[in-house]
Design a protein around this ligand. Structure first.
Ligand SMILES: Cc1cc2nc3c(=O)[nH]c(=O)nc-3n(C[C@H](O)[C@H](O)[C@H](O)COP(=O)(O)O)c2cc1C
Length: 188
């Protein structure tokens, strides 16, 4: 169990980003599990520490409690349509801790299935992304955000997805393919 940080109660919504970046160690993994609606059912200590959350205030809450305002809606729209269709998805995600710090992760989100084959929730494992990938990712997400600005949620998500799909088509790749090429570049 993680010690209660002073600001843990101010979790969602009104948290103002401070611009302070918190980095995940190379060996560290952030793990959460959710129900089918995205409510958190499990969070490991690394998630709680880096997000400045405590377990009692985290379990049962929606995963958007750590949503960063610079993350495009289109990205989450892709995530949900992919995992709801029973497929896995990798994604670069910037999260906002409850104390205003942010952290970047490379997430792997998978559907969880009961022994009789029914979907029962989702599981996300996250590790530190390649540092050199981040400016490239930020640039694409900023383009998506610009396309989304001022639109109602559903339209914004569609506009963001469109920018994402166009950028990937132009580069002749998929979102996963793009991620792995950025990770390989960073490793070389
Ligand atoms: C297993 C799982 C893990 C998730 N992890 C995150 C996360 O780390 N950060 C985040 O902002 N959203 C995460 N989400 C997506 C949220 O459920 C939500 O769609 C997103 O924060 C956008 O919220 P909004 O639609 O209220 O703007 C995750 C969803 C699932 C199912």
């Amino acid at each position: 169990m993680t010690a209660a940080p002073e600001r843990a109660c101010q979790a969602s919504g009104g948290v103002r980003p401070t611009g302070v970046e918190r980095r995940l160690g190379a060996e560290e993994l952030i793990v959460t599990k959710t129900d089918l609606q995205g409510r958190i059912t499990y969070a490991n200590d690394t998630f709680l520490r880096i997000s400045a959350l405590v377990e009692e205030e985290t379990l049962g809450r929606p995963h958007n409690i750590i949503r960063h305002p610079q993350m495009p809606r289109g990205l989450y729209s892709c995530l949900w349509s992919t995992i709801a269709a029973g497929e896995e998805m990798f994604a670069y995600v910037k999260n906002l801790a409850t104390d205003g710090a942010h952290y970047w992760v490379l997430a792997h989100v998978t559907p969880s299935i009961t022994p009789d084959g029914k979907p029962c929730g989702y599981h996300s494992n996250r590790r530190s992304p390649s540092r050199s990938a981040l400016p490239v990712v930020e640039q694409l997400y900023a383009r998506m955000l610009r396309a989304e600005r001022g639109l109602p949620a559903n339209e914004a998500a569609r506009a963001g997805v469109q920018v994402l799909e166009e950028a990937l088509a132009e580069a002749g790749t998929t979102y996963s393919g793009w991620i792995w090429s950025l990770e390989e570049e960073g490793a070389s």
